[in-house]
Ligand binder design. Structure first.
Ligand code: ATP
Ligand code: MG
Length: 322
């Protein structure tokens, strides 16, 4: 488990991380989302000890990440693989040698049959068995990221840190890379931390997400909870505003989760209560293959009580909007 307690980090006068507290469970895919400059990469670099922090604590499996004990820090770093937006591959090495690089760095003999088997196995895992001896410049962006993923796994890490790993890729390739990360999480049991400014990434794979704004945690929760029923700050991040709603009548927002019934609640309400209303806003979204949604209906003021009673009776969450 990874635990951050009241972590603060400054660069000179610039306070970049302000009192960050969060916990990432083993085997979880955890998202850290926020705008550019929010402090996401700095946070990740503090977790793997590339950056020192001024106060607070970071623990990985109960061992504090601290530059004071360099030997211990190196052991911690060995537990964590990392991938980046720009892949960071060495152009003069082929795919095989790029993947082997961390072993060489750690003084592991890469010529033993075990090491060779491991490297080849990982290259196959990421689907590049046909590209084993190709140089990075002959690969597409998605393929380069696959090499970087294999390289990050070669020392059998427990944790994979991804810093904007899909930001340079088009949507279709992004989905493929995210599916690969999900497979790695499931099959190898690796904890994955995904730093991103892309909502799609969090929605597709993260079980939990922390929203970071100007170095502070704004909210932590399941993505579907935070996105379907966003706070004001999260709404601003999502560029969602409800100003387009009608002024006449009463606007009620309804929330549909995986616990909501599959009944056609809206049409049944119209029929059973014998009322008219309009649907003023709606969104339906996919979260890790489940569909969640939210809907704003505009009703006549005088129907308020019976509509709210009806919604309660069918277990739909609602909120009357100002
Ligand atoms: N080595 C450094 N020295 C001084 N300031 C830094 C350093 N690294 C980052 N910063 C500053 O810290 C703030 C947070 O940067 P960081 O890279 O963590 O943001 P980010 O959320 O990852 O942004 P992006 O989405 O653009 O990658 C920025 O204002 C940045 O200028
Ligand atoms: Mg960054």
């Amino acid at each position: 488990m990874i635990k951050l307690e009241n972590v603060c980090k400054d660069f000179g006068d610039l306070k970049v991380l302000k009192d960050i507290t969060l916990e990432i469970a083993d085997h979880e895919i955890y998202g850290i989302i926020g705008q550019s400059g929010a402090g996401k990469s700095t946070l990740l670099r503090c977790i793997n000890g590339l950056e020192e922090y001024q106060s607070g604590h970071i623990y990985v499996d109960d061992v504090e990440v601290s530059a004071k004990d360099t030997k211990q820090l190196h052991l911690l770093q060995k537990k964590m693989g990392m991938i980046f937006q720009n892949f960071n591959l060495l152009e003069r090495l082929d795919v095989y040698d790029n993947v082997a690089l961390p072993m060489k760095f750690w003084g592991i003999n890469t010529h033993t049959p075990e090491a060779q088997a491991k490297i080849k196995e990982l290259i196959s895992l990421v689907g590049l068995q046909d590209k084993m001896h190709v140089r990075p410049k002959e690969l597409s962006g998605g393929q380069k990221q696959r090499v970087a993923i294999a390289r990050a796994l070669v020392l059998d890490p427990q944790i994979l840190l991804c810093d904007e790993a899909t930001s340079a890729l088009d949507p279709a390739i992004t989905r493929e890379i995210l599916a690969l990360l999900q497979e790695i999480n499931r099959n190898l049991g690796i904890t994955i931390i995904v730093v991103t400014h892309q909502m799609e990434v969090v929605k597709q794979i993260c079980e939990k997400v922390a929203f970071i704004k100007e170095g502070r945690v704004l909210a932590i929760g399941k993505p579907e909870e935070l996105f379907i029923r966003p706070t004001r700050d999260i709404k601003a991040f999502l560029h969602e505003d409800s100003e387009l709603l009608p002024d006449n009548g009463l606007n009620i927002q309804l929330f549909f989760t995986d616990e909501s019934s599959d009944e056609p609640v809206i049409s049944q309400m119209a029929r059973k209560l014998d009322i008219d209303f309009s649907i003023s806003w709606a969104k339906l979204e996919d979260f890790r293959s489940n569909v969640y949604g939210s809907l704003v209906i505009t009703i006549n003021e005088e129907d308020k009580d019976k509509v709210l009673d009806y919604l309660d009776s069918v277990n739909v969450l609602w909120e009357v909007l100002d």
